[in-house]
Design a protein around this ligand. Structure first.
Ligand code: NAD
Length: 367
């Protein structure tokens, strides 16, 4: 089957296939040498689709919760694989969102020093973002994505039909990641996405053009900087501030919506430092807030938030490693000292820009 997109990678090139009928590639994958790791909810929702091709002895279902993205869970999977006589030449097939992807890909990378894996992403975030790029990440205690490596799949099969059963929050989470690629690339599709926002949440088949565009933007960078040593760093835009928001809200805010707020906070920081104009911040705030979570940001515990920020793996010394912006498409890396000015800027942002509030930006400390 000819791929719709081919991704060049250090270990193997791989194809992304947009499939109308998942049963066809599923039958090919389930040729007796595949072992399926499936999101338990996806299994329950689509059982007949999988039961038709996957034998029970070649299947493991896992609940997609962050507490399963652990080394203990990987060990459990490896023990199951060995018990079920999965060999070095066999392959794992991950079916689910980013959690199932991370846990399966990391397990594949260390089992027998590396066995192949294929991916059927079932969330918008996984279809539009995480399914390419080779990263695998496992949590260590409360430190998210601390352990991992780069281990690309052999192929990816995207069936947008899975999006029909996805919660609205998970659709919004995926949209947050797409927004961040569009802002990075200053892509015209940004206005289309925001203009059609309500329709896209209802009529999910329409998201396929955005999934493809988002992957094309990501591909153009990861092929040149797969190991995240230069340009790819800019994809952290919104992520440092977003991860801390996920953590400080006990994961009540989903990843992609946290990234949406994170981009806005990065823009606010940039504005208070004189890097972005007030007008640009206000304009972007108005557009980004379409995808904000329904969460009162003013209630966030600043100490817990800064504590989470201080644990980010991109930090150097006591500084917070983040991506700031001058404008759409003009991003740069900065290490910011977490001093009083920094804390005050975060505090003021949460107070003034929680969903529903729309006020002018005030400069904290123009530098
Ligand atoms: N490796 C990477 O490059 C990368 C990139 C971004 C994010 N991530 C990781 O991905 C994780 C988040 O992944 P995610 O947002 O894709 O979702 P997820 O895997 O956390 O799943 C979210 C929820 O959606 C459910 N679900 C999955 N598919 C469904 C479907 N078709 N219908 C109904 N429900 C469905 C799951 O059971 C779960 O309850 C985080 O752990 C994050 O760190 C990894």
């Amino acid at each position: 089957m000819k791929a719709d997109l081919t991704i060049r990678s250090h270990l193997r090139d791989y194809g992304v296939h947009f499939v109308g009928e998942l049963a066809v590639p599923l039958r090919e994958l389930a040729d007796g040498h595949a072992f399926f790791v499936i999101d338990a909810l996806v299994w329950r929702t689509y059982a007949p689709v999988f039961q038709a091709v996957v034998g029970e002895d070649r299947l493991l279902t896992i609940e997609a919760v962050e507490t399963n993205k652990t080394l203990d869970k990987c060990r459990e999977i490896i023990e199951t694989l060995v018990d079920r006589r999965v060999r070095r030449g066999d392959r794992l097939v991950a079916v689910g969102g980013g959690i199932i992807q991370d846990v399966t890909a990391f397990t594949a990378s260390i089992t027998y020093r590396g066995i192949e894996w294929s991916f059927v992403p079932t969330t918008l975030l996984a279809q539009a973002d995480s399914c390419i790029g080779s990263k695998t990440s496992i949590n260590l205690g409360d430190r998210k994505n601390l352990v991992g490596n780069f281990y690309p799949p052999s192929d990816v099969y995207i069936d947008t039909g899975f999006l029909e059963s996805l919660s609205v929050d998970d659709i919004k989470s995926g949209i947050g990641e797409i927004l961040h690629y569009y802002i990075y690339a200053n892509d015209d599709a940004l206005d289309d996405l925001l203009g059609d926002y309500a329709t896209l949440i209802r009529d999910r088949g329409l998201l396929s053009t955005h999934i493809r565009r988002s992957l094309e933007i990501k591909r153009s960078v990861i092929e040149a900087d797969e190991f995240d040593r230069g340009e790819r760093n800019k994809f952290n835009y919104g992520h440092t501030f977003g991860h801390a928001l996920e953590s400080a809200t006990g994961y009540a805010v989903k990843h992609g919506q946290a990234v949406t707020v994170g981009m806005d906070l990065a823009n606010y920081m940039s504005t208070t430092m004189g890097l972005m104009s007030d007008e640009r911040f206000q304009d972007l705030h108005r557009r980004l807030s379409v995808n904000f979570p329904e969460y009162d940001l003013a209630t966030i515990d600043l100490e817990a938030y800064c504590e989470a920020l201080s644990k980010d793996k991109k930090n150097m010394g006591d500084n917070v490693g983040c991506i700031l912006a001058q404008d759409v498409g003009i991003l740069f890396k900065r290490q910011l000292p977490m001093d009083e000015t920094f804390r005050e800027t975060v505090r003021r942002y949460f107070l003034e820009f929680s969903p529903g509030k729309d006020r002018d930006v005030r400069r904290a400390d123009p530098r």
